[in-house]
Design a binder for this molecule. Structure first.
Ligand SMILES: C[S@@+](CC[C@H](N)C(=O)[O-])C[C@H]1O[C@@H](n2cnc3c(N)ncnc32)[C@H](O)[C@@H]1O
Length: 240
């Protein structure tokens, strides 16, 4: 418990270390299912001129929302400069190729989701993919999302959860306990980052329990949808 809290206190450094291999490992280890999850998440989100993507990382969720025309302007917040540098390069490349509209605007800002550098009611929609379980204080992060969202706005969260089916659960446990740390260590050459990912997924709240945290932060729950046997879940909630 103490170890994971210490890791969460230094989360930016951890993701800085694995930034270069993050995208490849994500897509490879999930057999590209993570792309499908982000597509589904964005399909569920409310369109808004200005969206905040909390824990933007290498910008995969942001890129998907620009592709689906759900946002014109996105502000991304993250504690890893290396992850954001890769995200920034990807956005620029896609704009040059014409895959993303040249007028779409993405700004990358270094900062903590638990203490956001934004005024109240700045954004029409807030998103967060695979970020929440890394917060050292989940409730502080959710309350900040609520504060910076305009009334009527929606928060959309994608996060790992835990499958109910015992067979899938056994495969999931094997994957996160053995395969992910092994391949992650081999490819990223980082000894601890992928064992942290395993611990952060296992100890995290999901389903109804996560919804309760959203409600405690002030949100009205709209919808939650388990994906791929419950390995991940999309949550949407609104500020009224
Ligand atoms: C697993 S990555 C997810 C990145 C991206 N959203 C995606 O879908 O691939 C988690 C990201 O959350 C960021 N992060 C973790 N805790 C944070 C916090 N308290 N404030 C801001 N960013 C944070 C990390 O630096 C990392 O880039």
């Amino acid at each position: 418990m103490r170890r994971i809290m210490e890791e969460k206190q230094n989360i930016g450094g951890l993701f800085d270390r694995i930034a270069k291999t993050y995208d490849g490992l994500n897509h490879g280890l999930s057999l590209n299912i993570d792309r499908l999850w982000r597509r589904k998440t964005v399909a569920k989100m409310q369109s808004s001129e200005h969206v905040l993507d909390v824990a933007i990382g290498t910008a995969d969720l942001t890129i998907e929302m620009l592709r689906q025309g759900k946002a014109v302007r996105v502000t991304g917040l993250d504690l890893s400069k290396e992850m954001m540098a890769i995200g920034e390069r990807k956005v620029e490349q896609l704009k040059r190729k014409g895959t993303l509209d040249k007028n779409s605007e993405v700004s990358f800002l270094y900062g903590n989701a638990q203490q956001m550098p934004f005024a109240d009611e700045t954004f029409g929609a807030v998103t967060c993919a695979f970020g929440c379980r890394n917060f050292s204080d989940l409730d502080a992060g959710l309350k900040e999302m609520f504060r910076v969202l305009r009334p009527g706005g929606q928060v959309t969260i994608l996060e790992f959860s835990y499958p109910k089916n015992p067979v899938i659960r056994a495969l999931y446990d094997f994957y996160f306990t053995h395969l992910l740390p092994f391949i992650g260590r081999l490819v990223s050459r980082d000894k601890t980052a992928y064992t942290y990912l395993n611990r952060s997924v296992k100890g995290f709240v999901w389903g109804e329990a996560f919804v309760q945290h959203l409600k405690d932060a002030g949100f009205i729950q709209e919808h939650f949808e388990p994906l791929t046997f419950g390995i991940a879940t999309i949550y949407t909630a609104r500020k009224v």
